[in-house]
Design a protein around this ligand. Structure first.
Ligand code: KIV
Ligand code: ZN
Length: 387
């Protein structure tokens, strides 16, 4: 098979990193439903859980492995044999199994989480990859807190785990700490300085503590990473993970980046709703791509421009992400053009003078009412001389 150098692999961790959010826990049937929708969306890898963490998580990995055929099914472990043994067992039905193992890479984690040394941690990382490799061909290694790790040590660790057989190397900005240029430079440094880097795919895994997860992921891809990890709706603990829908639509909207995925973007709105409902985590109205206001135009200036040519204020067509349609919201900030548009939609073709009068009445109504419905418009028009 010829490897396409511009193809970005999409790794979804909604069911693992996303599901760690308090109150968002899912039952196995709910996870299977999401996994099937992820398969229809076209993700390449589904991280189905952390099997050692609970019997429920173990069972979910087993059932998801049976339920999907195309995506790789991945199970998370820490860098120890016990975790890896359980992950191997949970993946027994997976057509394409992957083990995702790893350990902290920053001095902060090495000293204050593992009470260890760089040398010892390196040995544990290599041993974990070698052990996982006995059971599956596809082993991804994560260097936790790579965002704050010393770059020379990180490069040494990545070179050692690739030599041990890692097929994918994940460089997580676990705490959402990096600036986009810093994160991009980290990926570039690894590309330029890890001798065997061409034997593995570099993966970006960013958190959103400073609101930079999407920007950092894109910076990583621009510098040579070819797998992106994230969740639907950016769900995840604290401020969340990278929103996959944002990354995919950025790559589509900017062909100059020269990168593409296998994602069926028209499925985004549906899966976003499923995840929000199942996880009891509503999507904020102004969320990019899938928020309820993402394609709603409300100020008079924008509405007028949009009605003249939608591309004045629309860089993505709502239908391209499965969104029902763009909306022109009537508020006290709307202009005549927006009112005319809605009245015509309801079958009223007013002349200039009639529209002027209707607009005057409309403004009085809109100053006193937050949402102007079709019924309000009918009353408005019929209430006086159009009755
Ligand atoms: O953020 C992180 O470092 C992780 C790893 C376990 C991959 O989620
Ligand atoms: Zn994470």
């Amino acid at each position: 098979m010829i490897h396409d150098p511009n193809r970005v692999y999409v790794f979804d961790t909604t069911l693992r990193d996303g599901e760690q959010v308090p109150g968002c826990q899912l039952t196995t049937p709910e996870k299977i439903e999401i996994a099937r929708e992820l398969e229809a969306l076209g993700v390449d890898i589904i991280e189905a859980g952390f099997p050692i963490s609970s019997p429920g998580d173990f069972q979910s990995v087993v059932e998801i492995s049976k339920a999907v055929r195309n995506p790789t099914v991945c199970a998370l472990t820490r860098a120890n044999k016990g975790d890896i043994d359980v992950a191997v067992e949970s993946l027994q039905y997976a057509k394409h199994p992957r083990i995702h193992t790893g350990i902290g890479s920053s001095d902060m984690h090495i000293k204050h989480k593992f009470n260890s040394t760089r040398e010892e941690i390196l040995v544990r990382a290599v041993d974990a990859v070698k052990y996982a490799k006995r059971f599956v061909e596809d082993v991804e290694f994560y260097a936790e807190d790579a965002g704050r790790a010393d770059i020379v040590y990180l490069a040494q660790m990545i070179e050692a785990v690739i030599a041990a057989g890692a097929t994918v190397v994940n460089i997580p900005d676990t705490n959402g700490y990096c600036l986009p240029n810093q994160y991009g430079d980290k990926i570039k440094y690894l590309k330029d300085n890890v001798q065997n880097i061409d034997k593995a795919i570099i993966s970006v895994h960013c958190h959103n503590d400073l609101g930079l997860a999407t920007a950092n992921s894109i910076a990583g891809l621009q510098n040579g990473a070819r797998q992106v990890e994230g969740t639907i709706n950016g769900i995840g603990e604290r401020a969340g993970n990278t929103s996959l829908e944002e990354v995919v639509m950025i790559l589509k909207t900017h062909p100059v980046l020269g990168l593409h995925t296998n994602i069926n973007a028209r499925n985004f709105y549906e899966i976003s709703n499923t995840v929000a409902t199942q996880m009891r985590m509503p999507v904020q109205a102004n969320k990019a791509i899938v928020g309820s206001n993402a394609f709603a135009h409300s100020s008079g200036i924008h509405q007028d421009g949009f009605l003249k040519n939608r591309e004045n204020y629309e860089i993505i067509k709502p239908e391209d992400v499965g969104f029902p349609s763009a909306t022109i919201v009537l508020t006290a900030r709307s202009g005549r053009h927006a009112l005319k548009y809605h009245l015509e939609r309801l079958g009223f073709n007013l002349n200039k003078e009639e529209l002027g009068e209707a607009y005057h009445r409309f403004l009085t109504l809109a100053d006193n009412k937050l949402n102007i419905s079709d019924d309000d418009l009918l009353l408005l028009v019929r209430g006086e001389k159009f009755a």
